[in-house]
Ligand binder design. Structure first.
Ligand SMILES: NC(=O)c1ccc[n+]([C@@H]2O[C@H](COP(=O)([O-])OP(=O)(O)OC[C@H]3O[C@@H](n4cnc5c(N)ncnc54)[C@H](O)[C@@H]3O)[C@@H](O)[C@H]2O)c1
Length: 432
């Protein structure tokens, strides 16, 4: 099939490369000229394991193309995926749909033959209806169909998630179109992915309801961890004890920092905002948002307590600053609150992240990127394990602290409190 993917970010690039790898010809479009230039020069604008290899392979055989020319790409293709960003609005908690609407308007100017327009961006219920209206202003109704096909991939594991999804959700009442999309996904269905179709609005709600549920699980165990800390219980035992119940399941029950990233924070806000418009109070999700905000503050204050309320002139090392491992994505990462908070109070911050230096901290005085863990930990007062990168799991802290014994705050529970104690460290973790 000939596919146009509008928006070449985390979702668009991964979807485009994977769809090309299934044998389709894919045009990846972005309005960001710099991004497209990087891609056409053989580079990659984001960090996602395995993505560069997949892009290279499909680019070289001509199945994957990158362009800023949306008009041309739409004309050439019969299926158009919209994968543009839908961030939180600057005015309130709703999703800012300006990118989606602007893409729809541009698409509508280029439809001369039948096109399937697939909304993969996460959008509030009824957005598909609105897109249909926008496009109908320029195009005869029989020449297009707008469907919903939300994406569930996780950054850091995006290629595997795209190729082996638990389910492919498609929202449309048009059986002919559903059949065509099912053929597109047939290679994934054959490998075990469930194809689930419902109406368009249903698919739109499924995406938000899924993310809000996962965010709820995280906040739930984070609050239970607070109780464990006060009562001398290990939250990991509680997670296991709960998770063994198959009605609950063990995943997303690991206590840690507040959830971050480009999806959970914005999607929990957007669904409550949409519900408000329909005079529905999603009180559970609203509590989760509040709980997560409190968590950011709670863990930041905990750092202060670990340093006996003396932050000024302390040297603090961050192991990882991204919101999770295997991505360079900094959106809504806890470190964005913690590092400026500590820096403002006179601490010197050093950080190391396998995905490289971060522009978010480049203007902050006394915040410095280190190229390796050895330099990072030299002469510091506190080491904070912020992100669960693989390379942080087997560190020799005895060796790293040879010059100066530092305290350790392990926000990911990567190490054993007993072993740390035996080795003479002041070691703090979560819910243990
Ligand atoms: N990142 C994830 O893990 C993830 C997972 C599932 C779903 N989603 C959803 O997918 C959507 C995209 O997310 P993302 O993380 O890939 O975003 P992103 O910010 O990484 O990428 C979006 C891209 O769209 C481009 N763009 C915006 N408007 C455009 C236009 N009119 N024409 C051409 N290009 C345009 C931007 O320049 C950017 O490169 C969002 O709705 C998000 O909620 C994201």
């Amino acid at each position: 099939m000939k596919i146009c993917v509008i928006g070449s970010g985390y979702v668009g690039l991964v979807s485009g490369a994977c769809l090309a790898d299934l044998g389709n010809v894919v045009w990846c479009v972005d309005k960001d000229e710099n991004k497209i230039n990087i891609l056409n020069r053989g580079g990659i604008p984001i960090f996602e394991p395995g993505l560069k290899e997949l892009i290279d392979k499909n680019y070289q055989v001509g199945r994957l193309k990158f362009t800023t020319n949306l008009d041309l790409a739409v004309k050439k293709c019969n299926i158009i995926f919209i994968c543009v960003g839908t961030p939180t609005s600057k005015k309130n908690h709703s999703a800012d749909l300006s990118n989606v609407y602007s893409a729809a308007k541009k698409i509508s100017k280029n439809i001369k033959s039948f096109k399937i327009i697939v909304i993969k961006s996460t959008v509030p219920v009824t957005t598909g209806d609105k897109l249909e209206k926008i496009i109908s202003k320029k195009v005869q109704r029989k020449l297009f169909e707008v469907i919903s096909n939300p994406e569930f991939l996780r950054e850091g594991e995006a290629i595997r998630d795209f190729r082996f999804p638990d389910r492919i959700v498609v929202g449309s009442n048009n059986n002919k179109v559903l059949k065509k999309i099912k053929i597109l996904y047939e290679p994934l269905i054959k490998k075990g992915a469930k194809f689930f179709s419902t109406n368009r609005r249903g698919a739109e709600i499924i995406k938000y309801a899924s993310n809000a549920f996962l965010a709820t699980k995280i906040s739930y165990i984070n609050e239970i961890a607070n109780l464990c800390e006060k009562t001398g219980v290990n939250v990991e035992d509680v997670s296991l004890g709960i998770g063994l119940d198959q009605r609950i399941g063990s995943r997303f029950l690991r206590a840690g920092p507040a959830y971050g990233g480009s999806c959970f924070p914005k999607d929990t806000k957007a669904i409550t905002s949409t519900a408000n418009l329909f005079k529905i109070n999603l009180s559970i999700i609203k509590s989760v948002i509040k709980s997560n905000e409190n968590r950011r503050i709670l863990l930041t204050k905990r750092i202060k307590v670990i340093l006996s309320n003396k932050i000024n002139n302390k040297k603090i090392a961050f192991l990882g600053v991204t919101f999770k491992p295997n991505t360079d994505d900094m959106r809504q990462s806890s470190s964005l609150l913690m590092i400026p908070y500590l820096q403002k109070r006179g601490a010197k911050i050093l950080y190391y992240d396998p995905s490289g230096e971060k522009k978010e901290f480049s203007k902050l005085k006394n915040v410095e990127f280190c190229r390796n863990i050895k330099d990072l930990c030299r002469n510091v007062d506190l080491v904070i394990i912020h992100t669960e990168w693989e390379e942080f799991k087997v560190l020799d802290f005895k060796k790293l602290s040879k010059k100066k014994k530092f305290k350790i705050y392990d926000m990911r529970n990567l190490y054993s409190p007993d072993v740390m104690k035996k080795n003479g460290f002041s070691y703090y973790s979560i819910g243990r």
